[in-house]
Design a protein. Structure first.
Length: 119
């Protein structure tokens, strides 16, 4: 399986099966999963703490497996949160993209990092 031949529903089902086999549904509430998502995202952030932006690319090359493990944890958490909360991940993503396009029109935002209120 890889990004080219896997859809989000397949990944949600894989995660759900793992959780059901281990009787972890009792722990997978929206509150706990959202907290876990934050913890896992921070573990990914920790891999890049105290290095420059340029060095962050080298860090991926040096510690690819550890970083991929953290990415997997983050994705697992978001997929489980969406499953438990009955959120269509793709629909939520596409809705957000449309909002971003409105907040950051190309003619104002291209090449800029300013918040939309400063454009």
């Amino acid at each position: 399986m890889n990004d080219q031949n896997t859809n989000l529903e397949n990944l949600k089902n894989i995660a759900t099966e793992l959780v059901q086999q281990r009787d972890w549904n009792q722990f997978h509430t929206p509150k706990d999963l959202s907290m876990n998502l934050s913890v896992e995202a921070n573990e990914l952030l920790e891999k890049f703490l105290w290095i420059t932006s340029k060095a962050s690319f080298e860090e991926i090359d040096k510690n690819r497996q550890e970083i991929e493990d953290e990415v997997g944890d983050v994705l697992f958490s978001i997929l489980r949160f969406c499953s438990v909360s009955n959120i269509d991940t793709t629909a939520a993503f596409l809705q957000k993209i449309e909002k971003i396009k409105l907040k950051y029109p190309i003619e104002k935002a291209k090449g800029r990092h300013d918040k939309y209120t400063k454009l």
